[in-house]
Write a protein that binds this ligand. Structure first.
Ligand code: MN3
Length: 201
């Protein structure tokens, strides 16, 4: 079945001044759309056509013959997840159960934020920084290109896109500034908490 791009839950200019409408119009309107279009074209008429995007990602992750389907499919899914990790009312810190678990697993919310910033800043080349649940432990990881923690059995709680297209128009080469700004001002902790609660069941 063709994968449909989920609607953005905020206006393209709603994340300003932290992420510009211009960045979102290219990132959501061009880059993400291209991954979805490529994915849908590649699976059309194949046995993957009747499967969900998540199923296709799991089946193609280790198949070198299917790298095009995996890369476009995983990027389609990673971006759909990323948009929900951002909010015009974001930033601050998590509360309740997630705050307690972050404190338990990282020492403090500030230490977690530092670890996420470091992962995002040190991902060499294109990729993603993530907060994931592995078993019942929260971890910060980074992935290259289209790779997703789903294929390692980890459950995504939060992500930051660190491909240059995510920040270059606004921050040029200053990836650490983009990452710090997202963490301090845009992180959608409500969405992260939802993922955490679902992931623990
Ligand atoms: Mn991107």
């Amino acid at each position: 079945m063709a994968y449909q791009q989920p609607a953005l839950l905020y206006a393209e200019n709603a994340l300003e001044p932290f992420i510009s409408a211009k960045t979102l119009s290219f990132h959501y309107g061009k880059h993400h759309v291209a991954y979805i279009t490529n994915y849908n074209n590649l699976v059309a008429g194949t046995s993957f056509d009747s499967l969900t995007l998540e199923e296709v990602i799991a089946l193609t992750a280790t198949d070198p013959q299917k790298v095009g389907i995996f890369n476009n499919g995983a990027q389609a899914l990673n971006h759909s997840f990323y948009w929900n990790c951002l909010s015009p009312n974001g930033g601050g810190k998590p509360d309740g159960e997630l705050e307690a678990k972050i404190t338990q697993d990282f020492g403090s919310v500030d230490k977690f934020k530092e670890e996420l910033k470091t992962a995002a800043a040190t991902q060499f080349g294109s990729g993603w920084a993530w907060l994931v649940l592995e078993g019942d432990t929260l971890k910060v990881i980074k992935t290259s290109n289209a790779q997703t923690p789903l294929t390692s059995g980890q459950k995504p709680i939060l992500t930051i896109d660190v491909w240059e297209h995510a920040y270059y128009l606004d921050y040029q080469n200053r990836r650490p500034d983009y990452v710090a700004t997202v963490i301090d001002n845009l992180v959608n902790w409500d969405f992260a908490t939802e993922n955490f609660k679902k992931g623990r069941v």
